[in-house]
Ligand binder design. Structure first.
Ligand code: 5AD
Ligand code: SF4
Length: 436
């Protein structure tokens, strides 16, 4: 096989994967390869997979199968991300089409793996080296107005349903100096908003510095106007971070704080190390610091042993928090996790029914949250053109997508008067474009 000239990277799952996908693209670009254009067959395809729920892994294998071309040929195929990490050598046994298996902590070694695969030597690299991959990646150059920046990876919490502690390893914090340098590169490259990423981003720490002090530092970077962070764990939601929401204007009024269930018995079985009540008290303190904050969360329905009464506690906490948005999932047993072998697994039809009720309840609150912005004028960071001619899409401070007809370019900050609210977006008219 000749060495690849073009590549395509498909990222599934969380924002961390989106970030890793961007870094892989930059790495391959630095190696002289270019992204395949639309409709063009890429010489190399990287499937950057997600392992969090069962179907995602199955989907990865069927995606691999579909890469075989009609003439029987195929591109070089790299299986990356969390399925790669979890499956390791097994991935090559399940599909001979896969040339490279590369875990989330090893993708800086892709160029070497590609050279080997081109020479007919497939390889598997799922090492989790102590030194992070970041030092081996090229510097950031161009960026869209809203950029991701990975600051923390891995998880030590071991929720009993979750594969992340196994696929992403122990909690590690990227060095402060690295993060600060990357933030400046991103801003130089065009970013006006940065979202700090981590599986437990609020567990970030370095020698007594915490996420709040990192945010305060980044707020001082000239040209960086908006800072966000995700995903947070309730046990790491410290006073300093809450205080930052009160007095750092660049820190956007949005908090993704998963609770998973409203039932203490289920939270205990999940090993969440918080109760419904302690979670609610955190929300109360966050709202005291920043009254307009949008709260978002994650929920799992049908965790083993979840009785109707437990589920009703979940509906209750949704009502108490009034989430601006939330993701909800049916429990999916993951091999190797403690919950997979727990007794009283919940039948699918019960899970289906609970998921529907939960999503309906969440939608009531998100619709109400969005409606409350009608009549207000809000700052919107323009991110991309919309579908209709002349239409642009941007984000409000509360992470709502806003549709507006304007000739303001991508990357501008505009004031939009909100005129309509849909469940997942807002529409408005231009109130004032930024002075050029
Ligand atoms: N089954 C269903 N949902 C899960 N999540 C994590 N593991 C599982 C699982 N085994 C959900 C949690 C988490 C989100 C990223 O995915 O809600 O917060
Ligand atoms: Fe998984 Fe729990 Fe860690 Fe989140 S905190 S990554 S749900 S183990």
């Amino acid at each position: 096989m000749t060495s690849p000239n073009t590549f395509r990277i498909k990222s599934f799952g969380c924002q961390m994967n989106v970030y890793d996908g961007e870094r892989m693209a930059e790495l391959l670009g630095a190696e002289g390869m270019r992204p395949a254009s639309d409709g063009e067959d890429a010489d190399l395809v990287v499937l950057n997979t997600c392992h969090i729920r069962e179907k995602a892994a199955e989907k990865a294998y069927s995606d691999v199968g579909r890469l075989r071309r009609e003439d029987g040929s195929k591109p070089l195929i790299a299986l990356a991300g969390c399925v790669a990490q979890a499956e390791g050598e097994e991935a090559r046994r399940r599909s001979k089409l896969i040339d490279m298996v590369v875990g989330p902590q090893a993708y800086h070694r892709l160029p070497k793996m590609i050279a080997a695969a081109t020479a007919g030597r497939p390889s598997v690299d799922t090492d989790m080296p102590a030194a992070t991959k970041f030092g081996a990646l090229p510097r950031r150059r161009r960026s869209g107005p809203s950029a991701f920046l990975s600051v923390q990876e891995g998880c030590d919490k071991f929720c009993t349903y979750c594969v992340v502690p196994y696929t992403r390893g122990a909690e590690i914090s990227r060095p402060f100096a690295d993060i600060a340098a990357e933030a400046e590169q991103l801003v130089e490259g065009g970013a006006r908003e940065i979202t700090l990423l981590g599986q437990n981003v609020n567990a970030w720490e370095e020698g007594g510095r915490d996420l709040a002090s990192l945010i305060r530092h980044l707020a001082g970077v000239g040209g960086l106007e908006r800072i966000r962070y995700t995903t947070s764990h309730p046990v790491n939601m410290g006073e300093a971070l809450i205080a930052a929401h009160a007095d750092v204007p660049e820190l956007m009024p949005y908090l993704h704080l998963p609770v998973q269930s409203g039932s203490d018995a289920i939270l205990h079985a999940m090993n969440r190390s918080h109760t419904a009540d302690s979670y609610l008290r955190i929300i109360e303190r966050v709202r005291a610091a920043r009254p307009d904050i949008a709260i978002s969360g994650d929920f799992i329905v049908g965790f083993p042993g979840e009785a109707e009464a437990d589920f009703e506690r979940t509906l209750q906490i949704v009502d108490e928090v009034r989430y601006a948005s939330a993701f909800s999932f049916k429990y999916s047993p993951r091999p190797g996790t403690p919950a997979a072998t727990m007794e009283s697994q919940i039948p699918q039809p019960v899970m289906d029914e609970r998921l529907q009720r939960l999503q309906a309840r969440i939608a009531e609150h998100s619709t109400a949250f969005n409606r409350a912005t009608i009549g207000k004028t809000v700052p919107v960071l323009v991110e991309k053109p919309g579908r209709r001619p002349g239409q642009m899409i941007g984000k409000s401070p509360w992470l709502q997508s806003v549709f507006v007809t304007t000739d303001a370019p991508v990357g501008s900050m505009i004031e939009v008067a909100i005129t309509e609210a849909l469940p997942n977006s807002l529409g408005g008219v231009i109130a004032r474009a930024e002075a050029a």
